[in-house]
Design a protein around this ligand. Structure first.
Ligand SMILES: [Zn+2]
Length: 94
């Protein structure tokens, strides 16, 4: 059973922990979840709705997001022990 747990409001978007790719966004309800890509996008990627462009700066979280929502900018992180430890404050990550 796939799940999606809201963990944080970050600036103007939300963060979720997931076990696999959500079929639709739990925040806006749209099916615009795309694979997250870090770094300056190729022009073809910028217009590709199968890709979520994170941008050049990594998100301040120990796991890079796996997916993002191209409608509301929500981010989806794999649920790992490292991510859990960070959320519990047991893991110093800056
Ligand atoms: Zn969304």
């Amino acid at each position: 059973m796939a799940y999606c747990e809201e963990i944080k409001d970050y600036e103007d978007h939300k963060w979720y922990l997931i076990d696999r790719k959500p079929s639709k966004c739990p925040n806006c309800g749209k099916k615009t979840i795309a694979k997250a890509v870090l770094g300056y996008p190729l022009e073809e990627d910028w217009y590709n709705d199968k890709i979520f462009n994170i941008g050049c700066l990594p998100t301040p979280f120990p796991e890079q997001e796996k997916f993002g929502c191209n409608t509301c900018d929500s981010r989806f992180f794999k649920d790992t022990p490292k991510a859990r430890a960070y959320l519990n404050g047991e893991y110093d990550w800056y």
